[in-house]
Design a protein around this ligand. Structure first.
Ligand code: ZN
Length: 303
């Protein structure tokens, strides 16, 4: 039974840190929210270990006052207001799992770090969300988390495990009635789109005589989730939502500097801001004719 108050179409996104959702899926989230889809974001950590870009906020960092987490809760709320998404939650509640830092750091093994948490300990929190919201579509990362960050890998594992457990009739009936998610997608970027974006960035930098507003330019290999075009099964044209996506990214001011159609993370390397977003369907049936990409993640879903 689905809550009769919920809209007919429901989308769940699982991310590691505040800001990942806007970078990867900002246009997709804005589009579906505008279309009346119930969009639920679950963020697994507060991103406490992130580096801070604005010098005036540097005091918040983990190696200083360690107050970045609560600050990023506010940034995420502002970003969701830009995208029109009201249902955003933290896995197990805010601060239940801590940012593990980059792979290999001692923070990976700290008690409470998301990476050091057993998948089966974290997954039930997401099972409860799945059985409550009952999404037809789930979006998360690939098994490498897009680029190997421990929290992104763990978010993938927890999302995939929770999708399995939520459908399991015998699992934890106290968390709600079983629910099978019809379609699961991983975030992807087609190699041709990444290459075209960097070519545009380099051309702009060459014309203006500077690397736009950023000291350097990233490489295609720095972009999470880049794969051969043939692996892409769905593309969301986010042209109409480009402004909202950029505004949501700007709301994550401690993490992202936006300059027109480009942005940089704390490494100060410019990269293209993709307004169209791409996916690989890994569970469920494509609603598109064989060999064609879906242009809607709900294609073929009975509501
Ligand atoms: Zn992240």
């Amino acid at each position: 039974m689905t809550d009769p108050d919920l809209p007919a179409r429901r989308l769940l996104l699982v991310h590691a840190h505040p800001d990942d959702e806007s970078i990867n899926n900002g246009a997709t989230m804005a589009r579906y929210a505008a279309e009346g889809v119930h969009v639920t974001l679950v963020t697994c950590t507060l991103g406490e270990e992130g580096e801070v870009i604005p010098p005036e906020l540097a005091h918040l960092a983990a190696d200083k006052e360690d107050r970045l987490g609560p600050h990023r809760v506010g940034e995420l709320a502002a970003a969701m207001a830009e995208l029109g998404v009201s249902d955003h939650r933290f896995l197990g509640g805010p601060g239940r799992f801590r940012d593990s830092g980059m792979m290999g750091l001692p923070q990976n093994r700290r008690p409470g770090a998301f990476w050091s948490t057993d998948v089966d300990e974290a997954a039930p929190y997401l099972v409860e969300v799945i059985r409550t919201v009952r999404p037809q579509v789930l979006v998360t990362y690939d098994p490498n988390g897009g680029y190997g960050h421990p929290d992104h890998i763990q978010a993938h594992r927890v999302a995939m495990r929770a999708a399995e457990l939520a459908a399991e009739p015998a699992f934890r009936r106290d968390l709600g009635a079983p629910h099978t998610i019809a379609k699961i997608y991983w975030n992807r970027v087609p190699r041709s789109v990444a290459e075209e974006g960097f070519a545009r960035l380099r051309a702009t930098a060459a014309e203006s005589g500077t690397a736009v507003a950023f000291p350097g330019i990233a490489e295609v290999g720095d972009i999470p989730g880049v794969v051969d075009d043939a692996q892409i099964t769905a593309g969301i044209d986010g042209t109409a939502y480009a402004g909202r996506k950029a505004a949501a990214m700007r709301a994550h001011a401690t993490q992202i500097a936006v300059d027109g159609p480009f942005f940089a993370l704390s490494n100060d390397l410019g990269q293209p801001l993709f307004t169209s977003e791409y996916y690989q369907l890994v569970r469920g049936e494509s609603g598109a004719p064989a060999g064609e990409r879906e242009s809607d993640l709900f294609e073929g879903v009975a509501s």
